[in-house]
Design a protein around this ligand. Structure first.
Ligand code: IPM
Ligand code: MG
Length: 367
């Protein structure tokens, strides 16, 4: 079986971190009989500079035909003033929307070697293992109307629309419950049902899905503001967090910080399985393009490398190979290799490719 991977490095540190995932993929091709072909294209600011569009139709066509998309990062200060439909982020949002990637999986795992790297006390974060299941194609990110108008008195008025349907909530709830069954069997459903009608619908529908099919999983409701607090107060009480697009965006950055650095967190964005068994999928680190350190070989490649690991697990069904990669990352961290963002006294500081060298060596050692 030969898989087709579309590589979209994007902007800022995107190219250099995606290159590291490509090296790891190369290791699997060579050592684990893993056949794949890659194609590469532009997305985000660089695509806007080249084509006047952050996501061209030609690129989208390749993405739709690929078994998986590996995505770096998009954005940068030079594009901040562009109209919304030209902004680099549009490239990512079009991919999520057009590929119908409604389920965003964001594991927040604190590696033992990094428990001192978090700004929280080690006993609060050590052993942390949370999975955020974020709805990704609905809510305020995609709701219409989304516009700025000028009022008769000259003021401007901007509107974003938060909107969810029963079906959208049902399908993401099912994903969360099914994943919870493979882990701690606990789901915390997060919304603002005290002030938002979308939140009230969210709560109702999640309970209906739970009561009909997933009574073996423990379900609790947490208001989003309280969840933000619980994440820094006692994060280990949480197993799977099921939440909407906007709250998921915010809470996943918060959860990232618990693990030591946002440079550690991978993600998978999955669509529904088609009749032919194919499931659209995109893998990306949850961090951004970090323009301040771009091109200097300083970025932490682990989030992107672990995103390739999620691709092995979810798109290619290679669970053992994915676990091997998790173990390799764990080993290099235990051996003391650190990029700048997770550097601690007495550890060995490495750059982007140096970290990958260590991971490749660990893969050799472990296999
Ligand atoms: C993320 C990012 C994106 C989002 C941006 C780049 C559009 O912050 O994946 O979390 O807001 O979803
Ligand atoms: Mg975000």
């Amino acid at each position: 079986m030969t898989y087709k991977i579309l590589i979209l490095p994007g902007d800022g540190i995107g190219p250099e971190i995606v290159e590291q995932a490509r090296r790891v993929a190369g290791w699997y091709a060579k050592n684990r009989n893993f056949g794949f072909t890659t194609e590469e294209d532009l997305v985000g600011g660089i695509s806007y500079e080249t084509h006047g569009d952050p996501a061209t139709d030609a690129m989208m066509k390749k993405a739709l035909a690929a078994d998986a998309v590996l995505f770096g990062a998009v954005g940068g200060p030079q594009w901040d003033k562009l109209p919304f439909d030209k902004k680099p982020e549009r490239g990512l949002l079009r991919l999520r929307g057009d590929l119908k990637l409604f389920a965003n999986l964001r594991p927040a795992l604190c590696f033992d070697a990094l428990k001192d790297a978090s700004t929280l006390k080690p006993e609060i974060v050590s052993g942390l293992d949370i999975l955020i299941v974020r709805e990704l194609t609905g809510g305020v990110y995609f709701g219409q109307p989304k516009e700025t108008t000028t009022l008769p008195d000259g003021q401007k008025r901007a509107v974003d629309t938060q909107v969810y349907t029963t079906g959208e909530i049902e399908r993401i709830a099912r994903v969360a419950f099914e994943l919870a069954r493979l882990r701690g069997k606990r789901v915390a459903s997060v919304e603002k049902s005290n002030v938002m009608v979308t939140g009230a619908l969210w709560r109702d529908v999640v309970h209906r899905v739970h009561d009909a099919q997933f009574r073996d999983v423990q379900l609790t409701d947490i208001l989003a503001d309280n969840c933000a607090m619980q994440l820094v107060r006692a994060p280990k009480q949480l197993d799977v967090i099921l939440t909407d697009n906007l709250f998921g965006d915010i809470l996943s950055d918060e959860a990232a910080q618990l693990t030591g650095s946002i440079g550690m967190l991978p993600s998978a964005s999955l669509g529904a399985k088609g009749a032919n068994g194919r499931q659209p999928a995109l893998y990306e680190p949850i961090h951004g393009s970090a323009p301040d350190i771009a091109g200097q070989g300083l970025a932490n490649p682990i989030a992107t490398i672990l995103s390739f690991g999620m691709c092995l697990r979810y798109s290619f069904g290679r669970v053992e190979d994915a676990t091997l990669l998790d173990k390799a990352v764990e080993r290099v961290l235990a051996e003391g290799y650190r990029t700048g963002d997770i550097m601690q006294p007495g550890m060995t500081k490495v750059g982007t490719s140096g970290m990958t060298d260590a991971i490749l060596k660990a893969l050799d050692g472990l296999s």
